[in-house]
Write a protein that binds this ligand. Structure first.
Ligand SMILES: Nc1ncnc2c1ncn2[C@@H]1O[C@H](COP(=O)(O)OP(=O)(O)O)[C@@H](O)[C@H]1O
Ligand SMILES: CC(C)(COP(=O)(O)O)[C@@H](O)C(=O)NCCC(=O)O
Ligand SMILES: [Mn+2]
Length: 939
C-alpha cells in the first residue's frame, strides 16, 4: 500500500483487512472501568447471536436520562444520603435512598378562557419495558458523573376553562397532585395528600378552589395574578435564550436581551382582557393600564358573528378573509385617493366595520372570513395603539406582548407591531414571547419557595421538543401519554396526520403593508397549524450543572452555528440532506436493537417523528427558537433517544475501534522512527485523513459501501498533500517546535475535542495526544523541577451521549486502556490521569504523585450531538478548561458546522475534513474531502 505521505511505507493495510474479516463479537463478561475508577460488571450475554448485546452494554452510554438530568437542587431528598463504594474516590456516586423516583410540582393559572398548567417532572415517563429499564439503571449507576443523576423538566399544557374536568383528569392521570412536594414539607415523609397545597393564580384560583379540594383533595394557595405575570416574564426574559422576538411584515427575529439592560419595560398581557404593566425590576412593577377589548372580545364577538365553534376556527377563517369588504378605508371616503396631507394612504382603515352601516347588508350577506379578519385586525391594532400610548406615558421603548390571544399568529403580531411602529415612528418596539400564555402559570410555579428556579441562568436550561409536547393529539392538550408504547401508538394512529405534516410546506414570502394600514394581511400563512403544535413551546430541561465554556473570548457574541439557516436555500438543502439520510439511519438504529419487531416499530415512529419536526421547521424555521444546523443535528439525536435508540452506531463503533486498535502499534512505531518535524506533520495529516470515518456524511457512507475501511483510509491518506485548503500548519509547527533554534514556551494544558470512533480517534487523535504527552514529559525531565515548568495535562473531551459514530467519554477510557497496552507513553499518562484501574493518583487540579509522566484525562462535554454549543458544556469540561492554553477542535461538526468562527482566550487548532460538497464550496471555496487546519493564537 502507499505509505504515509513522504514517509516509510506503513503496512497496516493487511492487518486492517484481516481484522475486518475476523471480528468476533465477543460477548465476554467484561469489566468496564469508568473514569472515577468504578467498575461496572457486564453481564454474561444470554443472547449471543443478538447483536452483541452483552458486550455492548459494557460500552453503552448513559441513557438520555443522564444528560441534562442533573436535577433541580431543591428537588433532592438528601436524607440518608450515602456514598456508594470507596468514599476516598474522587466524585463518588452518591445514593439518595429517600429520593422518590418521580416527583412533581405543578402550578396553575386559571383564566377566563384558558387554564394554563406548568408542571415539573424528573422522568420522561416510565415508558421503557423492564429489560431496558434494568439496563438504563445499570448504566446510570455506573455513570461517571460527579453529581447525582437527577433531572428536572418543566412542561407546559393548556386547557379550556370551560372544560375544567379535562384539566382535573390530566392532573389525576399524571398523579401530579400526589407527587408534588410542598416546600413546607420539604424533606418530610411522603407528602400528605390531605395537606397538599398547590399554587394557582388567575380568577379561577378563587372560583374553583372548592372543586379542586373536592376532586383532587388539594387546597389552592392563591398567588396574585400580576405578581405572577411579572415573575414569569422576568424569568423567561432572563433565562431563555430565544424567548423574545420581533415580528414585522411576516419576518420573525429573535432578540438578544441583555440581562443588565432589561428594565424598565412594558408588559402587555393579552388574555381575555388586557393588562399593561410597567416593570422596573424583579417584583417591582405597577399595573398602569389595561383594556377590556381583548382576546375574549375577539373570541366572543367573533363567535356570535360567525357561528364558529372554536377559537382556532375563527382564526383560521381570518386567514381567508378580506377586510376591505367590511372595513371603511380612507379611499372609500376620499373617492379612492390618499389623504396624503396627514399621511394616510387610500388603503388605511378609516373605520373598522364602517362599511357594514352603509352597505345595507345583513350579517348573512358578509363572509364570516371577512368579519373575522376585520375583527382581528381591529382588536390587535387597538391593543398595539393603547400599548404604545402607555409606553409613551412612561418613556418605555420596549413592549413585550404575552397572553394566548397572540397565539403565535403572524397576522396578529404583525398588526400589533405595525401599530407600535407606526405611532411611535419607530421609537418603540413590539416584542413577543414564545411562552406567551404561560407567564402567569410560570410565575405561580416559581412562587413555591426554595425552588431555586429564579437562580437558573440561560446556560442551565435546555429546551427539547419531544413528540409528547408539540404534537400531542387533541385540540388543546394531548392525551397524557404515559409511556413510550402509548406514544408510538399515538404516532401510528396519526399516520395520516403524519404524512400531512411531513409534506413540505412552502413558506409564505413576506408581504408588505402599506402606510397606515393593511391592504391584505401580509402573513396569513397557508393553513393555521393545530393549536398544540402552534404553541412552539417545548419541555424545558433544568440543568444546574451546565456552564459556559470559560475559554470563549466573547461569550455574549458567541454564535455556535456557522451556516445561516435563515437563508432559505441553505435551509432547504440541509433539510433534504437530513431527510435523505433518514432511511439509512433508521436501518442502523433498528439493527442496533437487534432488528426486533419492537425495534422496527420504534424505528418507524422515530422516522415519522423526525420528519414531522422537519416539516414543522420547514414551515416555520424559527418555531423552536433560532434555528441552526447544530440544532437540527441535535434534534435528530434527541428524537432517536426519545424512541429509545440509545446508541444506533454501537456495533459499527465497536468494530472500527477494534480494527484501528490492532494497527495502532505499527503506526506508533513508524511515527517514532521520524524526526520531530516530520512526525508533527504526519500526525496532523493522520487526524485529517482519519476524519473521513463519519457515518453522518452521505458521501462517506456511500464510500463505505464501495470499499473496505482500508481502501478508504489509503485513499484518504493519499489525498493529504499540502497545502490543504485552509493550511496554517507552518504557524502551528513554529508554535510547537520553535524556529531558528529557539525553544518555544510549552503548553500547560491541552484540551482535545475528539470526534468519531475507530480510525478517527485511535489513529488520528490518540497519536496526537501522545505526542503532546511525550513533549510534556520530556520537558519535565529536562527541566527536572516540573513545578517551575508548569504541569502539562492532556485532556480528551468527548461526548456525554452517543451521536452518530462519535466516541463517547464513557467509551474512551477503554479505548485508551487498550492502546496503552502497546505504548508506554500512553500507559503512564493514562495511569497518571486515572484512566486505568487503581491509578487515581492525579486530579485536574494538577496535584500529582508521579512527576515523570504527564497525565492523560478524559472529560465529557455535556453534549449528545455531533456539534457543540460552547455556551452549555458540562461542569467537568468547564473546570478542565480553566488552565488550558491550547484547544484542538476536531471534525466537521465541532470545528466547521459549529465553532469555525469562534474565538478563544487560548490558542486553538481546528482540524477537519470537509465531507460535504456544498459546505466545501461555501465555507472554504473548495471541494469535498478538502481539509481544514486552522491555527489561531489566543484572542
Ligand atoms: N384554544 C383557545 N380557546 C380559547 N381561546 C383561545 C384559544 N387559543 C387562544 N385563545 C385566545 O386566548 C385568550 C385567552 O388568553 P389567556 O392568556 O389564556 O387569558 P385568560 O387567562 O384570560 O384565559 C382567549 O380569549 C382567546 O382570545
Ligand atoms: C453530522 C456531521 C457533522 C458529522 O461530521 P464529523 O463531525 O464527524 O466530522 C457530518 O456528517 C454532516 O454534516 N453530515 C451531513 C452532510 C452530508 O451528509 O453531506
Ligand atoms: Mn462525528
Amino acid at each position: 500500500m502507499a505509505g504515509l505521505t513522504g514517509h516509510p511505507v506503513l503496512e497496516i493495510g493487511d492487518k486492517f483487512e484481516e481484522l475486518q474479516n475476523n471480528i468476533i463479537n465477543n460477548n465476554k463478561n467484561k469489566e468496564v472501568i469508568d473514569k472515577a475508577g468504578l467498575v461496572v460488571k457486564g453481564e454474561e450475554n444470554s443472547n449471543n447471536n443478538n447483536n452483541n448485546q452483552g458486550g455492548e452494554r459494557d460500552m453503552a452510554p448513559p441513557t438520555s436520562n443522564s444528560l441534562h438530568r442533573s436535577g433541580s437542587r431543591p428537588q433532592l431528598d438528601l436524607s440518608k444520603a450515602a456514598i456508594q463504594g470507596n468514599s476516598e474516590e474522587r466524585d463518588p456516586t452518591i445514593l439518595l435512598p429517600n429520593q422518590s423516583d418521580d416527583i412533581s410540582h405543578f402550578a396553575l393559572d386559571i383564566g377566563g378562557s384558558l387554564i394554563k398548567l406548568v408542571y415539573f417532572s424528573r422522568h420522561e415517563g416510565q415508558s421503557i419495558d423492564d429489560k431496558r429499564k434494568k439496563t438504563v439503571k445499570e448504566i446510570s449507576n455506573g455513570s461517571r458523573r460527579s453529581y447525582p443523576i437527577l433531572g428536572g423538566r418543566l412542561h407546559f399544557v393548556k386547557f379550556e376553562t370551560s372544560k375544567l374536568n379535562e384539566c382535573l383528569d390530566f392532573i389525576s392521570s399524571k398523579q401530579l397532585h400526589n407527587g408534588r412536594i410542598d416546600s413546607h414539607y420539604w424533606n418530610s415523609e411522603a407528602p400528605n395528600k390531605e395537606n397538599a397545597v398547590i399554587k394557582a393564580t388567575g380568577g379561577g384560583a378563587y372560583k374553583f378552589a372548592d372543586l379542586f379540594k373536592e376532586r383532587l383533595g388539594v387546597s389552592i394557595d392563591k398567588e396574585d395574578e400580576m405578581d405572577c405575570l411579572v415573575a414569569g416574564a422576568n424569568f423567561l426574559l432572563k433565562a431563555i435564550r430565544h424567548e423574545a422576538f420581533t415580528h414585522m411584515e411576516g419576518h420573525k427575529e429573535f432578540v438578544q436581551i441583555d440581562h443588565n439592560d432589561l428594565f424598565p419595560y412594558l408588559l402587555v398581557n393579552v388574555g381575555s382582557g388586557v393588562s399593561m404593566i410597567k416593570v422596573d425590576g424583579d417584583g417591582k412593577f405597577q399595573r398602569v393600564s389595561g383594556t377590556n377589548v381583548g382576546g375574549g372580545t375577539y373570541w366572543g364577538l367573533g363567535r356570535l358573528l360567525t357561528k364558529c365553534n372554536s377559537f382556532d376556527e375563527l382564526l383560521e377563517l381570518s386567514q381567508r378573509g378580506d377586510n376591505r369588504t367590511i372595513d371603511m378605508l380612507v379611499g372609500d371616503i376620499y373617492g379612492g385617493m390618499d389623504y396624503s396631507k396627514i399621511g394616510l394612504s387610500a388603503s388605511t382603515i378609516a373605520s373598522s366595520f364602517g362599511k357594514a352601516i352603509s352597505d345595507k347588508k345583513e350579517l348573512e350577506d358578509h363572509r364570516p372570513e371577512d368579519i373575522s379578519l376585520s375583527l382581528l385586525r381591529m382588536i390587535s391594532y387597538n391593543i398595539g395603539q393603547i400599548s404604545y400610548l402607555n409606553a409613551l406615558r412612561f418613556g418605555l421603548k420596549r413592549i413585550f406582548f404575552g397572553g394566548f390571544f397572540i397565539r403565535g399568529h403572524a397576522y396578529t403580531m404583525d398588526t400589533i407591531s405595525f401599530a407600535v411602529h407606526f405611532w411611535s415612528q419607530g421609537q418603540a418596539q413590539a416584542m413577543f414571547l414564545r411562552h406567551e400564555g404561560f407567564l402567569g402559570a410560570l410565575g405561580a410555579f416559581m412562587s413555591y419557595e426554595k425552588l431555586g428556579l429564579d437562580d437558573l441562568m440561560v446556560h442551565q436550561l435546555v429546551e427539547r421538543f419531544p413528540m409528547g409536547a408539540p404534537y400531542t393529539g387533541g385540540k388543546i392538550h394531548g392525551p397524557p401519554l404515559g409511556n413510550l408504547n402509548e406514544k408510538i401508538s399515538w404516532m401510528e394512529k396519526f399516520v395520516l396526520k403524519g404524512t400531512e405534516i411531513t409534506a413540505p410546506v412552502p413558506m409564505a414570502p413576506p408581504g408588505t403593508t402599506g402606510l397606515g394600514g393593511f391592504e391584505v394581511p401580509s402573513s396569513k400563512g397557508g393553513t393555521l397549524r393545530s393549536d398544540a403544535s402552534a404553541l412552539n413551546v417545548g419541555v424545558l430541561h433544568l440543568v444546574p450543572t451546565l456552564e459556559v465554556f470559560p475559554l470563549l473570548a466573547n461569550p455574549k457574541m458567541y454564535e455556535p452555528n456557522t451556516i445561516d439557516l435563515s437563508d432559505h436555500c441553505e435551509l432547504e438543502y440541509w433539510f433534504t440532506v437530513l431527510s435523505e439520510h433518514l432511511p439509512d439511519l433508521v436501518d442502523k438504529a433498528v439493527a442496533s436493537e437487534g432488528g426486533t419487531d419492537d425495534a422496527k416499530r420504534r424505528g418507524d415512529a422515530f422516522a415519522r417523528a423526525f420528519s414531522a419536526h422537519l416539516a414543522r421547521l420547514m414551515e416555520e424555521p424559527a418555531a423552536y427558537g433560532k434555528l441552526g444546523l447544530a440544532n437540527l443535528l441535535e434534534l435528530r439525536e434527541e428524537c432517536l433517544r426519545e424512541f429509545q435508540f440509545l446508541d444506533a452506531y454501537r456495533s459499527i463503533k465497536q468494530r472500527e475501534n477494534e480494527v484501528s486498535l490492532a494497527v495502532l502499534p505499527d503506526l506508533l512505531m513508524e511515527l517514532d522512527r521520524m524526526d520531530e518535524e516530520a512526525r508533527l506533520l504526519t500526525l496532523i495529516e493522520g487526524v485529517l485523513a482519519a476524519n473521513i470515518f463519519d457515518w453522518g456524511s452521505r458521501a462517506c457512507v456511500d464510500l463505505y459501501h464501495k470499499g473496505t475501511i482500508i481502501d478508504i483510509y489509503r485513499m484518504s491518506r493519499n489525498k493529504m498533500q499540502r497545502p490543504w485548503r485552509v493550511d496554517d500548519f507552518d504557524l502551528f509547527r513554529e508554535r510547537m517546535l520553535g524556529s531558528e533554534g529557539k525553544k518555544p514556551r510549552p503548553h500547560k494544558r491541552a484540551l482535545l475535542f475528539v470526534d468519531n470512533s475507530g480510525a478517527d480517534v485511535v489513529l488520528g487523535m490518540l497519536p496526537l495526544a501522545r505526542e503532546l504527552l511525550r513533549r510534556g514529559t520530556e520537558m519535565m525531565v529536562v527541566l527536572y523541577k516540573c513545578d517551575n515548568f508548569g504541569t502539562l495535562i492532556v485532556v480528551l473531551v468527548a461526548n456525554s451521549l452517543p451521536a452518530l459514530n462519535d466516541v463517547t467519554a464513557m467509551e474512551l477510557p477503554d479505548i485508551v486502556a487498550e492502546a496503552a497496552k502497546h505504548c508506554d507513553i500512553l500507559r503512564r499518562a493514562a495511569e497518571a490521569g486515572g484512566l486505568l484501574v487503581d491509578a487515581m493518583t492525579n486530579t485536574l487540579d494538577g496535584s500529582k504523585e508521579n512527576c515523570s509522566s504527564v497525565p492523560l484525562m478524559v472529560v465529557e462535554n455535556g453534549c449528545g450531538s455531533p456539534c457543540i454549543d460552547l455556551r452549555q458544556v458540562s461542569s467537568e469540561l468547564a473546570s478542565a478548561a480553566k488552565h488550558a492554553d491550547l484547544i484542538i477542535l476536531e471534525g466537521m461538526g465541532r470545528a466547521l458546522h459549529t465553532n469555525f468562527n469562534a474565538r478563544f482566550k487560548c490558542e486553538a487548532l481546528k482540524l477537519a475534513m470537509v465531507k460535504n460538497q456544498r459546505l466545501a464550496e461555501k465555507l472554504i471555496k473548495g471541494e469535498i474531502y478538502d481539509c481544514v487546519c486552522r491555527y489561531e493564537p489566543a484572542s
